[in-house]
Design a protein around this ligand. Sequence first.
Ligand code: UTP
Length: 236
Amino acid sequence: MFHDINYGDKMKIVITVGGSIIIKDNDHKKFKDYADVLKDMNTEHQLFIVVGGGKPARDYIGIARELKASEAACDDIGIDVTRLNAKLLIMALGEDAYPKVAKNFHEALEFSVSCKIVIMGGTEPAHSTDAVGSILSEFVGADLMINATSVDGLYDKDPNKFEDAKMFNEITPTEMLSILSSKENKAGTYEFLDMTAIQIIKRSNIKTLIVNGEYPKNLQKAVTGEIGTTIVSDHR
Ligand code: UTP
């Protein structure tokens, strides 16, 4: 079976990159910066990258909604945009990337036999690319998942709005779920990994780090656990 794929002593690392990071400025620079770092990392590890949709996805979804599309159809548009972003990252990576965007988890695993960097976007409606990252982590048996986000880690409240927001060095999935369900935070716009992603991290004890993706080199620091927030097991 696929789980028998021999990656040597390489760690399998799944990285989720928010579209709001990689396509924030609507130009090629972040794709290029990410490609440089990912190429470097892939010499030591087997990488799987899940790319988000960002503003272009929200713009397209907005138009679809105005056209009275169903929520699932809007999500489907969003998924297409994540896959476009994934294609751009493949272009930036050149021969270091598997040349096709993986559309599902089976393809991701299959493509990884090449030892090239495997790139995917969304899969099915009703969840985010963060959820895709956690399912992919289960599927390939990842040693580590890194969530590249727009702030330094996971905070108790929106760090862009509250000066006294505190970053967690460590947090458990159960603690995250309780922050997510607290009314106070629901009212605000502070968003981190979605419910599905957290539940999967919880059920499979996926070692996960949340880091600031504005600086792609943070991905390398995440591997050695130097920065960000680490999601630790409920049973630590
Ligand atoms: P994301 O919300 O995952 O993109 O996908 P993102 O860019 O990472 O978001 P930021 O950067 O954190 O803000 C964009 C949209 O695509 C659909 C959803 O509608 C989602 O809002 N999508 C994505 C799915 O329906 N299923 C997927 O598997 C992925």
